[in-house]
Design a protein around this ligand. Structure first.
Ligand code: PMT
Length: 403
């Protein structure tokens, strides 16, 4: 039996969860809950009430979530790292588990007197509560009125379950099990088109050192690769972006590896290609590099300077040669006979799909138009913003890698 459904596994990929813990005996289950969120590919940041720290230590939650735990609204150090408003904006979901009768009452009345209740009123993400309390407290009309108030305001109420309670009573009030909570949370998100798929994408230029201060490179800005990485992650893929030197920030939920030269790019790709479902070579890799590694700055003494160049490894061809080869997608920026030259590269490099584009229009531009070329088809994607085109490209890729 799997620990939770495959759907949970997929729709929580790359999701950002604030797990709010309040002071109930079920708080100990948050250790397992956090582990399961992480296993499903979600990132968890924990916020705890003071009472919660009596039941499970912040250190345990920090170790399991891999992130600093928010404990105090007035903690200047924590606020400097990620302030409560930033944290509230960061979340895709706030789950309060366990949610005590007292905490439910406080948020039903809009109180914001600690870090967790403040996050609850500051976030625009969906909020779910998993009540956990004694059966008589659960049945109390005040508690029920507070829960109705929360439900009316759009809060999700997960549980409680029925059974034997810590105090010896039997009845409604047990916090749902971590596996059940994971399934409920997953149900709040759509399964992305690329959920569960692993992508490795190269992007940007490479730089090939002539001497310590000079290099051979090109005009690639990285915009196309970063748009693809961003859109693939948004569609649920786990994305590793191997990036040459560019001036762009890393898209959310994307693992970025910075490299400089083609040889470094090859090493980074090969170290990460295992188990990848899709490889996309967007990078404008310098085809040649200086043969000599010159350690000191070359002097301008003579009128001529002859540089001997040698060929760089062809990264995408190396990926195509792998025994368990992923779906391999290439790009070709051409100045003439764009589709014909693209098709030659598709065949020569044994690619599954190639996006041919105009070198004069595409480098460093915010928009692009491409012809998608496969062994037996051609398909035009008209000029649009690189993110829009990236989404169209990924539709073609996802059709091909559907399991
Ligand atoms: O970065 P931007 O400013 O957004 O611009 C986008 C882009 C123009 C860089 C992009 O759209 C593009 O076309 N990238 C490929 C550039 C190119 O023409 O590559 P190529 O013809 O040298 O190589 C063909 C394919 O082989 C590419 O997938 C390339 O990544 C790969 N290759 C090439 C050489 C090499 N040594 N290793 C490789 O993996």
């Amino acid at each position: 039996m799997p620990e939770f459904s495959t759907v949970s596994m997929l729709s929580l990929t790359n999701k950002r969860i604030i797990l709010g813990i309040t002071g109930g005996i079920a708080a100990y289950k948050c250790a397992e809950l956090t582990r399961l969120f992480a296993k499903a590919g979600a990132e968890v940041r924990v916020a705890m009430t003071k009472a919660a720290t009596e039941f499970i230590t912040p250190l345990t939650m920090q170790a399991l979530s891999g992130n600093r735990v928010s404990l105090d609204l007035l903690d200047t150090e924590a606020e400097a790292a990620m302030g409560h408003i930033e944290l509230a904006r960061w979340a895709d979901l706030v789950l309060v588990a366990p949610a005590t009768a007292d905490f439910i009452a406080r948020i039903a009345h809009g109180q914001a007197d600690d870090i967790l209740s403040t996050l609850v009123i500051a976030t625009s993400a969906p909020i779910a509560v998993a009540p956990a309390m004694n059966q008589a407290m659960w049945a109390d009309s005040g508690t029920q009125a507070n829960l109705s108030e929360l439900a009316e305001r759009g809060f999700k109420i997960f549980g409680p379950g029925e059974g034997e309670q810590a105090c010896g009573d039997v009845g409604l009030g047990r916090m749902l099990e971590p596996e059940q909570l994971i399934d409920h949370c997953a149900g709040l998100f759509e399964v992305g088109q690329l959920a569960g798929k692993r992508f490795v994408i190269t992007g940007g230029p490479t730089r090939e050192a002539i001497d310590p201060v000079r290099f051979i490179s090109n005009h690639s800005s990285g915009k196309m690769a970063y748009a693809l990485a961003q859109e693939a992650a948004a569609a649920g893929a786990q994305v590793t972006l191997v990036s040459g030197p560019v001036n762009l920030s890393t898209p959310d939920s994307v693992t970025r590896i910075d490299v400089t030269s083609a040889e470094e790019m090859l090493t980074a790709v090969m170290e990460n290609i295992n188990e990848a479902d899709v490889f996309i070579g967007v990078a404008a890799v310098a085809d040649y590099r200086p043969k000599q590694q010159v350690k000191e700055k070359i002097k301008k003494d003579s009128e001529d300077l002859n540089l001997e160049l040698i060929k760089n490894p062809d990264i995408i061809s190396e990926v195509s040669k792998l025994d368990s080869k992923p779906f391999v997608v290439g790009f070709a920026a051409e100045t003439n006979s764009i589709v014909e030259n693209g098709r030659v590269k598709l065949e020569k490099k044994n690619l599954d799909l190639l996006f041919a584009n105009s070198a004069t229009e595409t480098f460093n531009s915010d928009s692009i138009s491409v012809t998608a070329i496969s062994s037996d088809q051609e398909f035009e994607i008209p000029t649009a913003n690189k993110n829009v085109v990236a989404r169209e490209m990924l539709k073609l890729v996802s059709e091909s890698v559907k399991s």
